[in-house]
Design a binder for this molecule. Sequence first.
Ligand code: GRF
Length: 194
Amino acid sequence: LRVGVMISGRGSNMASILAAAEAPDCPYEVVLVASNNPDAAGLAFADARGVAIWAHDHRGMKRAEFDRLIDAALRAANVEMIALAGYMRLLSSEFVEGWQGRILNIHPSLLPKYKGLDTHARAIEAGDAEAGCSVHVVTPELDDGPVVAQVRVPILAGDTPETLAERVLKEEHHLYPAALAKCAADVLKSRSLA
Ligand code: GRF
């Protein structure tokens, strides 16, 4: 299945998705890495590995207008499923509806807890025993769609948002490629049955 990854920055989750795609039995291939930030470090990483990249600065553009541009780039690359990986912009409902059920996101909390930003600080502040990460289907509401995979990570005494983020991120790098592969395999299977 042809996957487009959308990033805004570092791109470590994107890198884990690319690495997993190298396995011979991986059901997806990454055909485009697209960004709203031309300076995103992840773009250079993908480019160096021969993956097509697309970037356009969203600043000064209306959300729907920018989303139409990035949508056109994804469609031109014949993308069939999108993985948001640290894509730090809300998506217009038009964009999301145009990809109905075919956009995944990874979020660093045990959804439905802690949607939005500063998830680790909020989990520590609340005295939670566990944090974690979730892969979910994207709906127009932020961090709100059905969860397809989740991993729990203990919060340890003395954890700061940074130490916790590091421990959760390691799990994200396993969870996201596995969840994406499962969803891609399901799409391919439903096609072969159709
Ligand atoms: C990750 O923590 C992810 O869960 C969140 O944004 C961060 C992106 O990191 N959505 P990276 O760009 O994948 O390194």
